[in-house]
Design a protein around this ligand. Structure first.
Ligand code: ATR
Length: 281
């Protein structure tokens, strides 16, 4: 990697940040394209986020990703956001403009859409209802993506029904809140099933869900990526459903930031998947 005096610098702010895969991801692309630049981790405490972000223009840093727990706070700090970020109420990609302002977007919705496009090209918004398990921050970004795509029925299934209902009330049609107990019957005419809960993740309880009622034409997307091949994906693939894993969304959500900071549209390839998911594959 070449890093000279005019290298372009970007990075990721998180607390903690050590677990972030973004440095590995972006530096792979920087190497691949021979770009004079670097992407570094910034461990930033929540109480220091505003000062850290405001320092970016002074440091000549092109921009940053923000990850847990900063996405909502960063949304309130930045100078401008787009409509998608406003509807999600959180940002993950911030760019310093030529006049020193902070402009931000949320690329999780984009990452979700592009992962589907790449791995399940036969899926379309007209394939049937979308059923999403979970109503946290990840769910919110995916729900906005599904609305942007024009899916005509979106079922939000959550253990805490009030949380799903609050999302449905806020984001509006065509979202419907469904109790956790009805998660299997909700699969009836689905074209897409997404797990956005932490269930099935290493160290978390498993996801208790029988797929018997799910049409075999439906696509199953698990945003959990550790393990990569979750029990849900295993069961879905065994009965003939197309599957999309969580690593794919992680890789695609990084594309807009890389393009904004380093001036090149990067590609998601098998080599990148292998490198970033080395310990998962
Ligand atoms: P994120 O912002 O990453 O989406 P989150 O806000 O902590 O994370 O959301 C985690 C999701 O997993 C929630 O939908 C949560 O359900 P609740 O809203 O009822 O908390 C869901 N979840 C976590 N543990 C669960 C469990 N044991 N059973 C069912 N759902 C669970």
């Amino acid at each position: 990697m070449t890093i000279s005096g005019n290298a372009r610098i970007a990075g990721v702010m998180g607390w903690p940040v050590a677990h972030s895969r973004s440095p590995r991801l972006h530096n792979f692309w920087l190497d691949q394209y021979g770009i004079n630049g670097a992407y570094v981790p910034f461990p930033v405490e929540p109480s220091g986020l505003e000062a850290a972000l405001r320092a970016l223009p002074n440091l000549g840093i092109g921009g940053v990703n923000v990850t847990v727990p900063h996405k909502e706070q960063a949304y309130r700090i930045v100078d401008e956001t787009d409509d998608t970020a406003a509807r999600i109420g959180a940002v993950n990609t911030i760019t310093v403009t030529d006049d020193g302002n902070l402009t931000a977007t949320n690329t999780d919705a984009f990452g979700f859409m592009e992962a589907l496009r790449a791995r399940a090209p036969d899926w379309s918004p007209a394939s049937g209802a979308a059923v999403i398990l979970g109503a946290g921050g990840a769910s919110r970004a995916i729900l906005v993506a599904l609305q942007n795509l024009g899916v005509s029925e979106i079922r939000v299934v959550n253990r805490t029904l009030e949380r799903a209902q609050a999302l449905a009330d806020e984001l509006g049609a065509p979202l419907v809140a469904i109790p956790w107990a009805d998660r299997e019957t909700a699969l009836g005419d689905a074209g897409l099933l997404i797990n956005s809960t932490t269930l099935g993740m290493q160290g978390q309880p498993s996801l208790d869900l029988l797929l018997d009622d799910l049409p075999r034409t439906a696509v199953v997307n698990d945003i959990v990526y550790a393990p990569l091949f979750t029990k849900l994906l295993e069961a879905a693939e065994a009965r003939g459903n197309a599957i999309v894993d969580g690593l794919e969304m992680l890789l695609h959500q990084a594309r807009p930031g890389f393009h904004a900071w380093y001036g090149r549209e990067p590609e998601v390839t098998d080599a990148l998947r292998g490198f970033v998911g080395e310990d998962l594959l």
